[in-house]
Ligand binder design. Structure first.
Ligand SMILES: C[S@@+](CC[C@H](N)C(=O)[O-])C[C@H]1O[C@@H](n2cnc3c(N)ncnc32)[C@H](O)[C@@H]1O
Ligand SMILES: O=C1c2ccc(O)cc2O[C@@H](O)[C@@H]1c1ccc(O)cc1
Length: 356
């Protein structure tokens, strides 16, 4: 007879190992990106056997017998599905795309942002979180990225061209994905605007999508000199090199996507005070549009709550923070804004409008 107590212990061990092996699951996903397995399945019309995948992926012949182990892991993780033939049939199992792996194929895919999240430069700092908690230096002087790499993410990006490109291209893919949804489904945000500045807008993917959907809005991007220097030419978007902590060009609206969550309250208040000046220097009172996480907002299921918590721990690599509504409200009021509206319509992220 099996004792209830050891049943509980054995179930607990399964949970313990599932959490510990989460890194193996992440690395299986990384290998799927590196090998472009989703593209290979897509090339085969959305369904491929192991033999077809092996031929398409240019694997070393000695490794082909191991491919089914990777594909089985990716299938139990929900990256692909596997359809087994009926018992006795001669056919081989077929691997097909899932909604998740559909995001890894096509022109506007999420491969660059996912590859950044799984890049060694971003993964290794998390091996030292425990050590970071014991270090005497305060967070604003000592973040987990600096603990591992000896300099902050911004310092490394300013002199390492390949690392800078990894970040900028990753953020372009994230912006293409989410801003496409914003202009398609929440276009009312931009109605009546004649100018917009995307502050910390990187290579300008968001500004370009907004400019394309609303050609009457004069869109600009403000970012650091070394980023703006790599911006694409030949678009209607104007690129301005500058520092958001110093000043922000005047406009009807300021757009801030994935910027404020990188900074502590003191820095956010400085940025937002400059935004307030920028939208108040015209006849009409403008607004600030923010795309970021509001912890606790959006679908209240376990998966969304877990992702918001994980993202909050993850963003510690830059000393950033994911804020709940009360934390955002304090920052907005301290920066001199009088009102705000949270729209939890972007999955784990929200759109926030703030008004002077
Ligand atoms: C995480 S990225 C977000 C990029 C873009 N908003 C997006 O979501 O795709 C943060 C951006 O802030 C820019 N940035 C950092 N410090 C800045 C500063 N002092 N002034 C202007 N931009 C800055 C970075 O260069 C980078 O492009
Ligand atoms: O890593 C970052 C990230 C990842 C995924 C996403 O959907 C949004 C994100 O926002 C960025 O702010 C964040 C980040 C990336 C690079 C960097 O130098 C600082 C922060």
């Amino acid at each position: 007879m099996v004792l209830a107590n050891s049943d509980g212990q054995l179930d607990a061990q399964v949970e313990l190992y599932r959490n510990a092996f989460a890194i193996v699951k992440s690395m299986a996903l990384k290998s799927a990106l590196d090998l472009r397995i989703a593209d290979a399945i897509d090339h085969h019309g959305g369904a491929a056997t192991l033999a077809q995948l092996a031929a398409e992926l240019t694997l070393h012949p000695s490794k082909i017998p191991c491919l089914h182990r990777l594909m089985r892991t990716l299938a139990v993780s929900g990256v692909f599905t596997v359809q087994h033939p009926a018992v006795g049939a001669a056919d081989e199992p077929l691997y097909t795309l899932t909604p998740l792996s559909c995001l890894l194929v096509g022109s506007s895919n999420l491969v660059p942002i996912t590859s950044m999240l799984l890049h060694p430069k971003f993964v290794t700092p998390f091996l030292g979180i425990g050590k970071w908690f014991q270090n005497e230096l305060p967070p604003d002087q000592y973040c987990i990225f600096k603990q591992t790499h000896g300099e902050s993410v911004w310092e490394l990006a300013s002199h390492d061209t390949a690392f800078d490109a990894l970040i900028n291209d990753a953020m372009v893919s994230d912006s293409n994905f989410i801003v496409d949804i914003v202009v398609r489904e929440h276009g009312e945000l931009f109605q009546g605007l004649s100018s917009l500045v995307d502050v910390g807008g990187g290579l300008g993917a968001a500004a370009q999508a907004i400019s394309k959907a609303f050609p009457e809005i004069k869109c600009s991007v403000l970012d650091l000199g070394h980023v703006v220097a790599k911006a694409p030419g030949g678009t209607l978007v104007e690129y301005v090199a500058g520092d958001m902590f110093e000043s922000i060009p005047p406009a009807n609206a300021i757009f801030l996507k994935s910027v404020l969550h990188d900074w502590g309250d003191v820095e956010c208040i400085k940025i937002l005070k400059n935004c307030r000046k920028a939208i108040s220097s015209r006849d009409t009172r403008g607004k600030v549009i923010i795309i970021d996480i509001v912890v606790g907002a959006g679908p209240s299921n376990q998966k969304h709550r877990e992702l918001q918590a994980l993202f909050d721990l993850y963003i510690m690599f830059v000393n950033g923070i994911q804020r709940d509504e009360q934390e955002w409200k304090k920052v907005f009021l301290d920066a001199g804004f009088s009102g705000y509206k949270i729209m939890p319509v972007l999955g784990f992220r929200s759109i926030i409008e703030i008004y002077p």
